[in-house]
Design a protein around this ligand. Structure first.
Ligand SMILES: Nc1ncnc2c1ncn2[C@@H]1O[C@H](COP(=O)(O)OP(=O)(O)OP(=O)(O)O)[C@@H](O)[C@H]1O
Ligand SMILES: [Mg+2]
Length: 532
């Protein structure tokens, strides 16, 4: 029988020992503040000068003060600042359900949702519009429009789109309504300190600074929060940081991976069961909500939650009470819920595979974690943080300016997880090339299986690299063969679904594995190592 859920300890900080205490340890004040940063790699060679670390950003970050002589003195603040202001959107709902309305709206801040449900930023009274029809999402230099799987589609400048960059003047047609949109660079600045990290989260770029500013507010509140982002972007780390900065930091933090539990056991995992509730229930067992009483439950991969369990979760959130499987009496619980998924839940709501009322309950506030390809300015800091964590800072010269240029061009479908795997692999192989195969060099030979081997690499290390290559190719192949259906893929591979899930986590996102084609590796073009 499955063990009761156990509170998860905080993720070790960069540089902290890898050992994991069995109960959540209180977080020290130093590790809580946004000023906490990875320990310096003193005495070690630094990453070459192409890296932005420590480079003061240009103009917006310095302040001008009047000088005694009447001129201005330029001062540099102790902490460099970064401007995270997002261009404002000026929208006019021109027609609504075919009627001229001319309703003007100004939207500032993050995502702007459009649909018929009242929780949207722009609510339309138009039966041809979906509940969550489309959204305007801040992009690196402006805004993007994304369709949320709406029945009647989203049309930008007369063309049906799935996702498109929004021109500075645009016209959206959805259902029987039209919206004109204008955005322009704002002259107002929103300056926040540019720090290399936020607890265990590394990132100095604009996207991450915005995220850190939001996380500080979310952490200070008690509301249910929904974290959305591609696989490997750091959703679990974000959840951990929110908890560690909040008032529940020293209370239980229980993680439930909804995607890794068999659908028949999810309810018992969340709410517990009594003896005899079902075959195999040979004793009473508490669920995650009771285990986390007073603290936080992190519902990872909430998009995988079976439809039949969703009303029960909704009840737990609304009534703050749960019922163990097989029991009639209810029990009060005091739990904050943080949830995460890489699925587009608004699309799932439109499709009917996720309950709208539950979505509103869990997503009182939504935190978007940007994909790594949208924040390549963070690459060098992340690499440095991983090297520090791995006790390998003296390998920084492996990741020279040319390598970083190549890395910035890569799409990173597995995001930060893929980057971490890449750094670990580079350390083992002592080359920062992006391919998985051990490098073929002067002393390299080829096995009968056709794989290149480098006899300068220890046997165990070379074998692991090859196994890694095989696992990735196999997982990618079997998931592609099953069109991304994990249950089918696990059956076809003859392995447990949970094990397949772990393999996917190890090697990158499911979407990336499913969508890539071709057999074997390398999935990326072979690149000449910059340093050898
Ligand atoms: N900003 C970051 N700074 C440092 N490490 C990070 C950052 N983001 C992610 N990581 C690391 O990348 C790995 C993946 O992060 P995490 O498990 O939180 O991703 P995820 O979004 O939950 O992925 P999935 O959707 O596959 O569950 C972890 O090793 C995590 O520590
Ligand atoms: Mg996760």
């Amino acid at each position: 029988m499955a063990e009761p859920p156990r509170p998860r300890p905080p993720i070790p900080r960069p540089g902290s020992p890898a050992s994991v205490p069995s109960t959540p340890a209180p977080v020290s004040p130093e590790s809580r503040g946004p000023s906490s940063s990875p320990p310096p790699s003193s005495g070690r060679p630094s990453i070459p000068s192409a890296l932005p670390l420590g480079r003061a950003p240009s103009s917006p970050d310095s302040e001008r003060l009047p000088s005694a002589g009447g001129g201005t003195l330029k001062t540099t603040p102790l902490r460099p600042l970064i401007d995270i202001a997002q261009p404002k959107l000026s929208l006019v709902v021109e027609t609504e359900n075919g009627q001229m309305v001319g309703r003007a709206i100004t939207h500032e801040g993050d995502v702007c949702r459009i649909g018929t449900h009242p929780s949207n930023d722009i609510t339309l009274d138009d039966p041809a519009v979906s509940r969550f029809h489309c959204r305007l999402v801040p992009d690196r230099d402006g805004w993007r429009v994304e369709d949320s799987g709406a029945l009647n589609g989203t049309h930008l400048q007369g063309l049906q789109i799935h996702s498109a960059v929004l021109p500075p003047e645009a016209r959206l047609a959805i259902g029987n309504s039209t919206i004109s949109i204008r955005w322009g660079k704002t002259s107002e600045k929103t300056l926040v300190p540019m720090m290399p990290s936020f607890g265990a989260l590394t990132g100095t770029g604009r996207a991450m600074r915005k995220l850190f500013a939001l996380l500080e507010k979310v952490a200070a509140s008690e509301i249910n929060c929904f974290i959305h982002g591609e696989s490997g972007t750091g959703k679990e780390l974000v959840a951990t940081e929110i908890v560690q900065r909040g008032v529940r930091a020293d209370k239980p933090f229980v993680v439930v991976d909804c995607g890794a539990i068999s659908p028949t056991l999810v309810e018992s995992e969340l709410f517990g069961h009594v003896r005899g509730a079902f075959t195999g229930a040979d004793r009473d067992r508490i669920g995650a909500f009771e285990a986390a009483d007073g603290g936080t439950v992190f519902l990872d991969e909430i998009g995988e939650l079976p439809l039949e369990v969703q009303p029960k979760l909704l009840r737990a959130l609304e009534q703050r009470e749960i019922r163990r499987v097989g029991e009639t009496k209810t029990r009060k619980v005091n739990v904050r819920v943080i949830s995460a998924t890489n699925r587009d839940l608004e699309r799932e709501v439109n499709k009917g595979s996720f309950r709208g009322d539950l979505y509103f309950r869990i997503a009182v506030i939504t935190v978007r974690v940007p994909p790594l390809r949208e924040r390549t300015e963070d690459l060098s800091h992340l690499i440095r943080a991983f090297l520090t964590q791995l006790g390998a800072s003296d390998n920084e010269p492996l990741f020279g300016p040319e390598v970083l240029d190549e890395l910035a061009k890569h799409e990173w479908p597995g995001n930060v997880r893929e980057l971490r795997n890449y750094v670990e692999r580079s350390l083992v192989l002592q080359t920062a090339r992006l391919s998985f195969a051990p490098p073929q060099n002067a002393s390299g030979t080829t096995t009968s299986a056709g794989a290149a081997v480098d006899v300068n690499i220890p046997y165990k290390v070379a074998k692991e690299a090859l196994l890694d290559q095989f696992e990735r190719a196999y997982v990618r192949g079997v998931i592609a063969a099953c069109n991304g259906n994990m249950t089918k893929a696990a059956r076809m591979a003859g392995i447990d679904r949970m094990y397949l899930h772990r393999l996917v986590q190890k090697h990158g996102s499911r979407e990336a594995l499913a969508s890539s084609s071709g057999e074997g590796d390398p999935p990326f073009s072979q690149r000449k190592p910059a340093t050898e």
